[in-house]
Every structure is written in structure tokens, then in C-alpha cells.
Design a protein around this ligand. Structure first.
Ligand SMILES: Cc1cc2nc3c(=O)[nH]c(=O)nc-3n(C[C@H](O)[C@H](O)[C@H](O)COP(=O)(O)OP(=O)(O)OC[C@H]3O[C@@H](n4cnc5c(N)ncnc54)[C@H](O)[C@@H]3O)c2cc1C
Length: 486
């Protein structure tokens, strides 16, 4: 039996481990932190349950497919609720509520811009076609060759790789609120809408067509499900076990070193951040230079606040976007001229609005996220300054006082991303999906310098987000399984 060691226990590592174990490998995971889940860990304090990272459950079909591949269903592990409304957007002078089906969303669009619902239906129709192509054809390829992107369907849509989401949206919708609403989903891909090919409007179908879901108990339920599936399949998981070296002999991987001990294996797959993973190798075995990493476009980092309130809050939904300031200016301060944002957009979720298990009775669990450029200076003073900005804006826009109801507060920012995940520059969501960082143009799943060394996760193929991380684990496991059969 061939043995594979997997570094890290985020979504991609757990996914790769499950597929490899199913294919007959002996699999062991080595995770540096004391719990599994990586960026998707959970914080439970004083009866409040916080998902530390991801909170939007989009593309339910990808999760279904993952569990189906093992003869299971998501419902064998967790209960999903479709959120209605999916989310609420606060603008300076109005709010926009996104319902759970196209009819209600169209009504809301009509309220803002007469005639817009017709454009919306045709836009989402095209987005649905792109979703089918992206998910069923393009994304399931391992990014080894440019030819993978060439299919009958993509050739017919080649123009959509050279136009941007921003251009396409602005051609059809005039009202800036609708423009921001339709540009929001591509932020999950980590790049500016004006730098994201319009083909990626399949994210708009994921949003309006497939809806926003919530696993009861929080996103960590998915991690718990994957951990239990991995263990059912025989995967051994070691937490508090940082990997300090990837061991290579004569150009071939022979295992890893953790806690001063060598662990021997036939294959190593690293789901830790790609740049960090390469630093575990001797210089001559690294594929990418510091200059290469320096020149890449990263998805943002984040300033996060996890807050427990001792009362129920008003005028909010489960997911809330605060788009009352200039979207473009904030994007420039993330990507073009990295600096702390002058007037930040932010996002807040309150899972206890729809799921009583997430907070004590008559209380609210709050998560606030300000996207920022990776690599910014991170100090307690800056965190406090932005905490005040966010709280003041929130109180003003939702017409209530909340600061006096805070009974728990913790923050997380660039330094924590570096310290807890070995994240390059403290990025939160990996490497952005721009045209020049798509598919074969991303860091490779397979090392070109070390035989039997592989990588997975949000910095490689296909990209940032939970569903892509699940797919990344499958892609790498498929590559290895094929190699063994050869
Ligand atoms: C704040 C935030 C909000 C997000 N929101 C969403 C969302 O709503 N929806 C969505 O789909 N996606 C979201 N994402 C993105 C999503 O969470 C990630 O894309 C996904 O979790 C990445 O998984 P991964 O396996 O690539 O990496 P990670 O989860 O980072 O896993 C890497 C693991 O490697 C471990 N590790 C690092 N170095 C070592 C070492 N030397 N030895 C051993 N272990 C090591 C780390 O501790 C970590 O456990 C969000 C991310 C963040 C941070």
C-alpha cells in the first residue's frame, strides 16, 4: 500500500485525503494547529459560536458531489437551510434585499431601476450557461496545459475572457446600487470586478440561481463532516504537528519532518499555503522565486471582529453587506495602492438570526469583516481605530446602539493569518483569479522539481473559496492516482 502524507487540514487537505484513502492509499495528515479546519476553524466562547473564516455556503452542488463521491449525502452529516432573504445590502440612502428566488430578486431590481428585471434574467441565463461549462468542464481540469481551457463551449465564448465583469454589468445596468450588487459575487474570486473576465459571471448564477445556504451549527459542521468521513476511510490525523521540512532524496520526495521526527512516505501533498510549503524545501527544490510570489495578485487579507452581543439586534439579516461608501476607492486601496482603506466597505454576519444554536438566548453572534490589502502593518491601535469606524457606521445605518451590548470581542488580522496559517503576507483567501492567474497560469498542483511532491488549496488550481478547495483536493488526488496506475 502506497503511503501519502498530507500537510495541513483545511478543506483542500481533507478533500485530498478522503479521495486518496478511497483510492487505497494509507494517508496521514499533519496539522500545525490544535484543531483541524485551517481558515475555517471555529471559536466557541461564552455560549457564542463563531465561524472564524468562511460563512457563505454557495454552490451546494459541489458539496453534494463531494459527499456523493463517497456514497454519502450532506444530510448524513449536517442540516442545510436555504436562507431567505439570502442577504441584505446597506447603501447610504436605501437597503436592497436579495430574496431566495429570481422572482423576488427581479421585483427588487425593478423597484430600483425600471426595466432592469428583463436584463437581469438574460444576464443570469448567460451566467447559468457559464456555470455549467465552468463547473462541469473547465474547473475539473488540473491546470497542466493551456489546451485544457479550449473546449467547444469556451471557444464560442472566447470574447468573455477578454471583457470584464464590470464592463458587462455596466452595459446592462445603470443604477450604481445594482452595479455593486452584481459585482459583489466576483469578490469571492479575490480580484477587482474590473480585472475579472466576464466569463466569471457564473458566480452571479451561484448567487441568484443557486442561493445562499446555512449548515445548522455553522460552517464548521462541514469540516466536522469531512474529518469524520476521512477517519471512516482510515485517514490518521495529527494536530499540533507542524511540518518543518519536506524531505527529498535524489529529486524524489521521501517524507516530512515534524516535531523532530522524520515521517517516511511515497507521496507528500501540501495543503498549507504554497509559498510557505516551498520554504520547507531546500532552495534548489523550490519552483518559484521570491520575485515570482512578490509579483502575484493576492486575494485580500481581512480585519475581522468576532463579537458577542447580549441582546437581539434590529434591522439585520443573517448576511449583511455595507456598501454605503465608494466600492472603487476601497478596491484601489486593496489592489492598486495598498493602504488601510480611507472609508471601508464591510460585511457582517449574524448566524444567530436564523440559527438559535449559534448564540445564547436573546443574544446575537456577530462577525465583522473589512477586506484589506495583504501585507499591511497590523497593530492594536489600527484594529481599534477600524473597530470604532465599523461600529459607528453600523449603528448609524441600522438605527440602533450596539456598543453597549458587547459582552465578548476578539479580533483577527494580518499578523494572525501569518502566525496561525503561515499565510504569505497574511492573505486571507489565497491567490486571486485574474485572467493571468487562471488554470495553467496558477502555481502548479504538481512539483516540476521534486518527484511525488504535490500541492493543493486556494493558491493553486482552481482558486480561492471553499468549493474550489474541495475540487483542488480531488484534482490532486486524481493526478496521483493516475500516476500510480501508469
Ligand atoms: C475570513 C475569511 C472568510 C472567508 N469567507 C468565505 C466564504 O464565505 N465562502 C467561501 O467559499 N470561502 C470563504 N473563504 C475562503 C475559504 O475559507 C478558503 O478558500 C479555504 O478555507 C482554504 O482552504 P485551504 O485548504 O486551501 O487552506 P487552509 O484552510 O488555510 O488550510 C491550510 C492548513 O495548513 C496548515 N499549515 C500551514 N503550515 C503548516 C505546516 N508547516 N505544518 C502543518 N500544517 C500547516 C494551516 O494551519 C491550515 O490548517 C474565506 C476565508 C477567510 C479567511
Amino acid at each position: 500500500m502506497k503511503k501519502a502524507i498530507v500537510i495541513g487540514s483545511g478543506f483542500s487537505s481533507l478533500s485530498a485525503s478522503c479521495y486518496l484513502a478511497k483510492a487505497g492509499f494509507e494517508v496521514e495528515i499533519f496539522e500545525k494547529n490544535d484543531t483541524v479546519g485551517g481558515r475555517a476553524r471555529q471559536l466557541v466562547k461564552n455560549g457564542f459560536t463563531f465561524d472564524i473564516g468562511p460563512s457563505w455556503y454557495w454552490m451546494p452542488d459541489i458539496f453534494d458531489k463531494f459527499f456523493n463521491d463517497f456514497g454519502k449525502k450532506t444530510s448524513d452529516y449536517y442540516h442545510l437551510d436555504k436562507l431567505n432573504p439570502a442577504y441584505k445590502i446597506f447603501f447610504e440612502d436605501d437597503t436592497l434585499t436579495i430574496g431566495d428566488c429570481m422572482d423576488t430578486i427581479c421585483e427588487e431590481f425593478e423597484r430600483i431601476e425600471s426595466g432592469s428585471s428583463e436584463h437581469l434574467r438574460s444576464f443570469i441565463g448567460q451566467a447559468q450557461e457559464n456555470y455549467d461549462i465552468a463547473i462541469n468542464k473547465v474547473v475539473l481540469r488540473p491546470g497542466l496545459s493551456p489546451l485544457e481551457l479550449v473546449t467547444k463551449e469556451t471557444v464560442l465564448r472566447v470574447d468573455q475572457f477578454f471583457k470584464t465583469i464590470s464592463q458587462e454589468v455596466r452595459k446592462r445596468f445603470k443604477n450604481p446600487k445594482l452595479v455593486s450588487t452584481l459585482e459583489f459575487p466576483v469578490l469571492f474570486l479575490g480580484a477587482k470586478p474590473s480585472n475579472t473576465p466576464s466569463f466569471y459571471n457564473f458566480m452571479n448564477f451561484a448567487d441568484f440561481g443557486l442561493g445562499t445556504w446555512h449548515p445548522r451549527g455553522g460552517m464548521y459542521e462541514i469540516i466536522k463532516a469531512m474529518k469524520s468521513l476521512a477517519e471512516e476511510l482510515g485517514v490518521k490525523i495529527h494536530t499540533q504537528s507542524p511540518v518543518t521540512h519536506i524531505l527529498v532524496s535524489e529529486g524524489e520526495v521521501i517524507g516530512i519532518r515534524s516535531q523532530g521526527k522524520n515521517q517516511i512516505s511515497d507521496y507528500v501533498i501540501s495543503g498549507a499555503d504554497y509559498h510557505h510549503s516551498e520554504t520547507l524545501l531546500d532552495q534548489k527544490y523550490r519552483q518559484y522565486s521570491e520575485e515570482y510570489w512578490e509579483n502575484k495578485t493576492y486575494a485580500p487579507s481581512s480585519l475581522l471582529f468576532y463579537i458577542g452581543f447580549n441582546k437581539k439586534l434590529e434591522n439585520i439579516e443573517h448576511h449583511n453587506l455595507f456598501f454605503d461608501t465608494d466600492f472603487e476607492k476601497h478596491a484601489q486601496e486593496i489592489y492598486d495602492n495598498p493602504q488601510w482603506p480611507s472609508n471601508p466597505l464591510f460585511y457582517a454576519n449574524f448566524p444567530s438570526v436564523t440559527d438559535g444554536s449559534m448564540a445564547p438566548k436573546d443574544s446575537e453572534t456577530g462577525f465583522f469583516l473589512v477586506p484589506i490589502a495583504p501585507g499591511l502593518e497590523d497593530t492594536p491601535e489600527l484594529r481599534n481605530q477600524y473597530f470604532d469606524i465599523v461600529m459607528d457606521r453600523f449603528e448609524k445605518l441600522t438605527h440602533q446602539q450596539i456598543k453597549n451590548a458587547i459582552v465578548f470581542k476578539e479580533s483577527f488580522c494580518v499578523n494572525d493569518f501569518v502566525e496561525q496559517y503561515n499565510s504569505y503576507k497574511g492573505n486571507a483567501y489565497g491567490l486571486a483569479n485574474t485572467l493571468r492567474q487562471t488554470a495553467f497560469l496558477r502555481p502548479n498542483l504538481k512539483s516540476s522539481k521534486v518527484k511525488n511532491l504535490f500541492f493543493t488549496g486556494q493558491l493553486t488550481v482552481p482558486g480561492p473559496g471553499v468549493p474550489p478547495s474541495l475540487i483542488s483536493g480531488k484534482l490532486v488526488a486524481d493526478l496521483i492516482t493516475k500516476e500510480v496506475k501508469r
